[in-house]
Design a protein around this ligand. Structure first.
Ligand code: 4AZ
Length: 270
């Protein structure tokens, strides 16, 4: 299931009066199996929004992002695809980064305009490899909202590490997007487990060098609408929500961009 969330939202935007027909919720509970969090606990977690594209009820939230520099927000490349936005990203009139706001219906925090968009030219929409992009903000955010990125060989990538994923995405697998920020605890899984789950199909292909996967027997997971948001362990950003087969399904862990490789790519030349 690649990028279905945004397709659903684009549909909502296109036909706002038509109720979205959803399958029965797979599991009761945001991220799936999550709990509410205050934005002060995770100030680096931001929402990508466009009321023009996605409607105003949840400030137009369609993806997550992470503050990696005072004016730099990391997100998923697929969040900025034409498939998701219905138009090239530079033609979205009101693309914004909302920071310091957990409740999308409130007006806390700030809405920053985007000055520049860089999409990884190596992003492959078939395998999902290289699913990252960087937004440069018009105004810098507070220094305290920046999270350090894990580097290659960071101990937090060890299988069994407890990590937390944050987002405003689907809480049920059935299209119930959260209005307030939630978090879910997941465990970093081994490459062998991830490769076995995703050997290569229409969902995507697990590539150990540039992805990691995480999940929980209890069904805790990221889901549609969480894409581009952070997976954090030991105080460092280790992953970005990217893809998976459904949400919270046994044997189908969530797949994340391996942030240590992003750091390498950004250093290496863009
Ligand atoms: C998505 O479509 C998506 N369970 C994001 C995360 C996961 C699945 C799908 C992981 O944006």
């Amino acid at each position: 299931m690649r990028r279905p969330f945004v397709r659903a939202l684009a549909l909502v935007a296109a036909a706002a009066a038509i109720p979205l027909v959803s399958p029965a919720p797979a599991r009761a509970d945001a991220v799936i199996g999550g709990y509410p969090v205050e934005i002060s606990a995770t100030p680096w977690t931001v929402a990508l929004t466009s009321r023009d594209r996605f409607g105003g009820t949840r400030a137009g939230q369609f993806c997550g992002g992470v503050v990696i520099g005072r004016s730099s927000v990391l997100t998923a490349a697929h969040c900025l695809s034409e498939d998701v936005l219905g138009t090239p990203p530079r033609q979205v009139p009101d693309l914004k980064v909302v920071a310091g706001r957990a409740d999308l219906r409130a007006d806390a925090g700030s809405e920053a305009a985007v000055r520049d968009i860089w999409i990884n030219p190596e992003y492959d929409g078939y395998t999902n490899a290289g699913d990252f992009a960087v937004l440069t903000l018009s105004e810098p955010l507070a220094a305290g909202s920046v999270i350090p990125m894990a580097g290659p060989g960071d101990a937090a990538y060890r299988p069994g590490t407890e990590a937390v994923v944050y987002g405003w995405g689907d809480t049920t697998g059935g299209g119930a997007y959260a209005s307030t920020l939630r978090a879910s605890r997941v465990q970093v899984l081994s490459d062998a487990v991830c490769e076995e789950a995703y050997p290569g199909s229409a969902d995507g292909t697990y590539l150990a060098g540039s992805m990691l996967c995480a999940g929980e027997a209890g069904g805790r997971d990221a889901c549609q609408g969480d894409s581009g948001g952070p997976l954090v362990a030991q105080g460092r950003l280790i992953g970005l929500v990217s893809w998976g087969n459904g949400c919270g399904r046994a044997g189908s862990p969530g797949v994340y961009v391996r942030v240590s490789e992003v750091a390498r790519a950004l250093r290496g030349g863009r």
